[in-house]
Write a protein that binds this ligand. Sequence first.
Ligand SMILES: [Zn+2]
Length: 404
Amino acid sequence: MITLNELKHQSKACTCGNNHYDILIDNIVISDQALQQVVPYLESKQFKKVAIIADEHTDDVVGKTISNLIREANIANSKSILQPNAQGDVVADEAALIEAMLGIPRDVDVVIAVGSGTIHDIVRFASFKMGKPFISVPTAPSVDGFNSMGAPVIIKGVKLTYQMQSPLAVFADLSILIGAPKEMIAAGFADMIGKYTSLADWKFSHLVADEPYCPLSARLTQEALDGCVNSVEQIIQAEKDGIKILMESLIQSGLAMLLVGHSSPASGGEHHLSHFWEMDFIKNAKTQVLHGAKVGVSTQLVLDLYKNQMLELIYSDDKLQELSTNKADAVLKQQDELVQVLKALPNSSDIAAMLKSLQGAVTPSDLGIPSELVSESLRKAHKLRDRYTMLKFWNEHVGLHEYV
Ligand SMILES: [Zn+2]
């Protein structure tokens, strides 16, 4: 994983021409005994009052240990346990955001998020809105958003990502992460797998719609993805080395997002499908499935579209000319590079095989997603974001009638 110093150095040297955000994180610890470093960090920052936010489960796994350590160090602390909704889920929605804010006394110096991705999103949002910094303590390597700025939250049934704040520090304790449920490890891996299509979409949006692009951020994301895929065997065994690489990949992907201040490197058409499904689950009061699990499945659907129909279209000068739009002309102009981008992508069957060996979800039906919802999302999910993904191009120019 790139070090913070190296990242800051490379960020300064980057010549992409875009505004690079200051990386506010000053400490990332991914090791055994990372929890033991929380108190020394609080002391070094002279934080005197701390609010811990967890849910019942993550409190059992880690929260209680942290409160004990903090209490022993005579640092004042309070704890708030977020309650699940009627479906038994802790979801990042209005209710949870208010609940978290109620759990952050106005005089605390810092908030500690103890949990997986959802708790981090809730705390990222609530702490930022209350003008408090926060510290990340992940309890499972399940998602790549721990250290990014974006908080995807659901307001009135619509899932949107708001740019809030990154944590000041991350303490990821391997002795805890290694005990995470297999499905959460598979979900973290699957969230990384989504970078195949998010990176391709980012490049596409840059070449075709002139959206801002940063080769440094793209390279960091690609390296994180490759590191993860190359270590799939160790991750399957849930060996410490494998879990460490997975967590480092997830954190590095988060750093790549921080650098550019948005989630384009890590979120393309595959994430839009996942958000669409999540919103549908909420509308129908269905129990949520893990973010990464959805991304692993949606990545395969998007890969099938991109590597087959989309690639065929990009190859065809005649068809592109016939479409006769500015965007189709831009695709034609960038034809060679786009063909390379798409040809470099893996096949969906390769992804399915990896997810299967990780005992993760492979197909929409594994997640309880009916085929009508799959079709609808392939036709509509691109509208959730402005980003000019290939999914958007395809829908605007050709349409996905064959999926109906
Ligand atoms: Zn994701």
